[in-house]
Design a binder for this molecule. Sequence first.
Ligand code: PHE
Length: 347
Amino acid sequence: MKQKLEAIRQEALNAINNADVSSELEALRVRYLGKKGELKAVLNQMGKLSAEERPAMGQLANEVKAAVNDALAAQAKRLEEAALNKRLENETLDVTIPGEPVELGHKHPISIVLDEVKDIFIGMGFTVAEGPEIELAEYNFTRLNTEEGHPGREWTDTFYITPGDKDPKNDAVLLRSQTSPMQVRVMEAQKPPIRIVAPGRVYRKDEADATHSPMFHQIEGMVVDKNVTMADLKGTLNEVIKSLYGEESVTRFRPHHFPFTEPSCEVDVQCFACKGKGCSVCKGEGWIEVLGAGMIHPKVLKGCNIDTDVYSGWAFGMGVERLAMMRFGINNLKLCFENDVRFLEQF
Ligand code: PHE
């Protein structure tokens, strides 16, 4: 029995000192000291010993038990220390490693063009006005002389939030389809002379393709003063287009119709890529349409309590995306809204 106990001590200490995870230690504890463990199995044999032998053997058994316990504790402590050291090693901070450069963002191409146009107008004495994208039908249509029945008012063209009804108190609420409601909002808020530009987002139920998006940006411009004529409109817009596209750029004013201007026109810029000959950029036209404009309709002025015997005014609305696409040679509008940095980094 003595040999058996010594053998258990040897074997147990050996196994414990070689254990390298704590779960292994627990298994060894159960194997040697547990209720069904090897030591217990030997002790169960004590009854077979003579009364003289028993105390010595009991003492030896206790010694073995204590030795195994001590070894378990010591090894547990060693494993814990090793784990801690390993963690410290892995988590050390090397303060001498060079930092990762912080990537600075920059302006979106649409914002670049918007800011340029704003700057040009500010330089000519205009101020910048801003208004709601969620608008009443009254401002987006009715007070712009765009009565019920006009195709722009159809739900197939415009995003309605609430449809409204006959009661003027329950006017339809919509996403503005143009920045022109800002004409009315500004004339309501200030007296002439007025010189403002109003940039912002507008929404239309257009199918998205290379040149259309259900959300895009416009810049509205408006002047109301004494003796304002179409010649002022033409001179101002020519100046703006030259600032944007260079001294040699050529414009064309074409008659058009808008309900809230009379007379109305659309303005084209001669294609900068082919100089008017017709190419893929201008789709063979030789010209690229950039804005709609005209003399503000007397009905619109009167609706804002402006005396049309004294004052007249002009307004224009230009598409910012189109300007940006021409400016940077962007061939698909979608690129502007996908937020792919590989695209955005190019500007
Ligand atoms: N609001 C018109 C459009 O979106 C453009 C425009 C603005 C025309 C001002 C005339 C005057 O097409």
